[in-house]
Ligand binder design. Sequence first.
Ligand code: URA
Length: 231
Amino acid sequence: MSSKRLDQFLADAMDITRKEAKAMLRQGRVKIEPAPGTVKPETKINDSSTVTVDGQIVSEPEEHVYYLLNKPAGYVSATEDSRDHTVLELLPPQKRRKLFPVGRLDKDTTGLLLLTDDGALAHELLSPEKHVDKTYEAAVRGIMTDEDIKAFAEGIDIGEEKPTLPAKLEILSSCEEGCRIRLTIQEGKFHQVKRMVSAVGKEVISLKRISMGKLKLPEGLAEGQYMKIQL
Ligand code: URA
């Protein structure tokens, strides 16, 4: 924190108005260590100040919080749902405050999901104009071919107004009964990966997101686990 007026600090940290903060000051409930000459609304405080109200230390809230979640199947990417468990329920209640998932993974999709309270960052990652890469690994019923690689690179018709933007398909393992693929897309249309695979006559059996922009799913993060990150 750079230096800040005391009334503003209290308002930000306690989610109160500056008027309410000033009232607390008048009531003598606020103390600062190291003690400045006087404790006024305009008194400047900084990183080395400890502010207490009624003897309780008040700390500035963290700016924004970011959790990387390895979403398990069976949870919906929502903050509330009347029928299903939501991804937020994977965090303890005291951590859920104002968090939301950045974008949606289908209920049966696993893997990387960012939970945050940072609306501006969510917009950056989700805005269609930004073309943020999202990479998925999938098990597919049917045999993906070099023609599919070409078709995905050129863009295919999935029943939207326009074809999909160029996508990178890698065939990780090919076999008679099914393949494992890695697919990087620049958009986030509803069921996009499943619809792209279906458009070339195959079917996604399981789907996992492994990255989104610079964010990568950490190898050691098991399904259902989350970790706090700094952005
Ligand atoms: N594409 C899909 O089909 N499903 C997802 O959950 C994400 C991308």
